[in-house]
Design a protein. Structure first.
Length: 213
């Protein structure tokens, strides 16, 4: 049995908590967050992240594995800071795949990445660390997805697309096959990306156009 602590206490964390609760071989010990959000899907609040600093002394065993439950909608900086700090302190993030998601055996998931209910990650896709593949999102064959990328609920990333670090593809958006989305892009909900996005910025509409930096 592996003990896991969930980092984060918001709505996204509640979904990750419910996913973890269904996985065999894991015991979800609790969640950390700057403030309490009551019990999260029945999971106890442990305190801020700093309570993990003396985990070994309190629990009598090595630090537990962590699951990342902090979301982002276009600004990954807060979660980047937390993951950096926790890794520097020696903790290890594990990837989490919901029971109802599908990840092809030839695909790979970076540490800390969560693949949420109903999502599909198809053959040969390579997902970097700390990604969010949200509910019912599809990552088609051969895609290469950078660190801290969030694919919103129902987003479809067609085959052989490359997505740079920290970008978000909004809910229900589509990226046409073979394109590149640069790091730091926020593609709005429902947009259709028909040409590579080579500059960071916010893109909306069909075809997706740059709205602002
Ligand atoms: C694109 C987005 C980031 C813009 O947010 P914003 O900068 O706060 O923009 P506003 O809401 O102030 O809207 C500004 C304009 O853009 C339009 N707009 C906003 N989102 C849009 C979208 N997804 N597609 C088309 N137009 C959009 C608004 O209608 C408004 O138009 P107007 O100036 O003609 O009135 C945001 O609307 C969005 O789509 N975020 C992704 C949300 C998502 O997928 N969440 C999943 C979480 S799990």
């Amino acid at each position: 049995m592996t003990d896991v602590v969930l980092i984060g206490g918001g709505g996204h964390a509640s979904v990750v908590a419910s996913m973890l609760g269904e996985l065999p071989g894991l015991r979800l010990v609790g969640y950390t967050a700057p403030e309490a959000h009551g019990t999260l899907e029945g999971v106890e609040y442990l305190g801020p992240d700093s309570v993990l600093a003396d985990w070994e002394a309190r629990a009598g065993h090595a630090p537990v594995a962590l699951a990342l439950g902090i979301g982002h909608v276009g600004d990954p900086a807060p979660r980047q800071a937390v993951t950096r700090r926790m890794e520097e302190a020696g903790f290890q993030f594990r990837s989490v795949t919901a029971r109802s998601a599908w990840v092809a055996s030839s695909a790979s998931l970076g540490r800390g990445t969560v693949v949420m209910p109903g999502a599909v990650v198809n053959a040969g896709a390579r997902l970097g660390a700390f990604g969010i593949i949200n509910s019912n999102a599809v990552v088609e064959h051969g895609c290469i997805v950078g660190e801290h990328v969030h694919l919103g609920p129902g987003a479809v990333v067609s085959g052989d697309v490359r997505i740079g670090a920290g970008s978000m593809i909004g809910a229900g958006a589509v990226v046409v096959q073979g394109l590149e989305v640069a790091a730091g892009c926020l593609v709005g909900a429902g947009a259709v990306v028909t040409r590579s996005l080579t500059e960071a910025g916010v893109y909306v509409g069909c075809p997706a156009r740059r709205r602002r930096a």
